[in-house]
Design a protein around this ligand. Structure first.
Ligand SMILES: [Zn+2]
Length: 337
């Protein structure tokens, strides 16, 4: 309840600040000059499914409104300017390379004449793994709704019931399990869960726009349209949990594979997940050694060096309120935390 009151006070304050011009004054004096927005999926639905477990989805209509907002209040820069430290304005980035990016999002970007950066995991495009592990866990549990399943959460000691209501919470608990045990071989856990439950490994019926990846021809078409591509590792595991050798492999082989398929240098990297829980100085050093010139996290003020390889990004919630979006894009919201 206290949290609700706190949110209510903050929301009212942000709205008041916007309509009295206070947040605009903040932007003029101390606001963000160079901002990178982080998005994932843009879906062709009127309301988001209840299963947006990791808050990575936005509807096409809200996304369109957010672009209108950004163009009205900020300068949205062409993505070619991203490596120019003097370029002031907002840049757009999209992680994971799901099919909705090509089919839903890119036409909306074209309508607004905006170019963006797409963070791609080549092993996923190559079909070496069917889904990013956390989506995979979600899809496995989703197909097991109303069933009792074996999960590592209790060391496979007893069956756990999966229900519509427990789906999100179980998926998050499994993610937490991976983090608390710092598991490098996350896909190994998935194979283990499949084996214990006698599930076959492979494609699961799902919303293809949300869970399946763009193809190489689609990604090549994006770059021909003026968009850029960054590496997002090969397999979307948590870099911090990997050995030095595994880090190196994820960073170098993804760069090499993208360069092979796109026929130009890949100099940018986007950290999977992107918070301090997943990235330490050794991770940034590995990105440096792999030859990247710029890398993006998902936090406001990364305290890692070199700063070009630990650049901040921010995300919008799936809402269209100008007062809220302005507070986030200007940095005003974070200035009085
Ligand atoms: Zn990602």
């Amino acid at each position: 309840m206290a949290k609700n009151i706190k949110h209510f006070v903050r929301d009212s304050w942000l709205t008041a600040s916007y309509y009295t011009g206070l947040s605009h004054l903040y932007q003029a004096l101390a606001g963000r000059k160079h901002g990178v927005v982080s998005y994932h999926n843009v879906l062709p639905v009127s309301t988001l499914p209840a299963f947006d477990t990791y808050n990575v989805d936005v509807t096409a209509a809200i996304f369109d409104k957010q672009l209108q907002f950004l163009k009205k209040h900020f300068r949205v820069q062409p993505i070619q300017e991203l490596e120019n430290p003097l370029a002031e304005g907002i840049f757009l980035t999209f992680d994971d390379g799901m099919r909705n990016n090509y089919e839903i999002l890119v036409p909306i970007l074209a309508k607004h004449d905006i170019s963006a950066l797409f963070a791609i995991c080549p092993a996923m495009v190559d079909g070496e793994l069917p889904y990013i592990w956390r989506d995979y866990l979600f899809l496995l549990l989703h197909q097991a709704i109303s069933q009792d399943v074996w999960l590592p959460l209790n060391g496979y000691q007893s069956l756990i019931r999966v229900s519509e209501a427990s789906l999100n919470s179980l998926t998050r608990q499994l993610k937490q399990y991976v983090y608390s045990h710092q598991i490098a071989d996350i896909y190994g856990i998935i194979w283990e869960i499949c084996k214990k439950n006698q599930w076959s490994v492979g494609p699961i019926s799902c919303d293809e726009l949300r869970y399946e990846f763009m193809t190489w021809p689609q990604i090549q078409e994006l770059t021909q349209k003026g968009h850029q591509v960054a590496s997002h590792t090969q397999t979307h595991r948590v870099l911090r949990f990997l050995s030095q050798d595994e880090k190196k492999k994820e960073l170098e082989s993804s760069k090499k594979r993208l360069e092979e398929k796109l026929n130009h240098e890949i100099s940018l990297f986007v950290y999977p997940y992107g918070s301090s829980a997943e990235i330490d100085q050794a991770t940034v050093n590995a990105v440096d050694e792999a030859g990247y010139r710029g890398a993006f996290m998902n936090i406001q003020r990364p305290l890692l060096t070199p700063s070009a390889l630990a650049q901040p990004r921010f995300a919008f919630p799936p809402i269209a309120s100008s007062a809220h979006l302005y507070a986030i894009a200007s940095g005003y919201k974070f200035s009085f935390r």
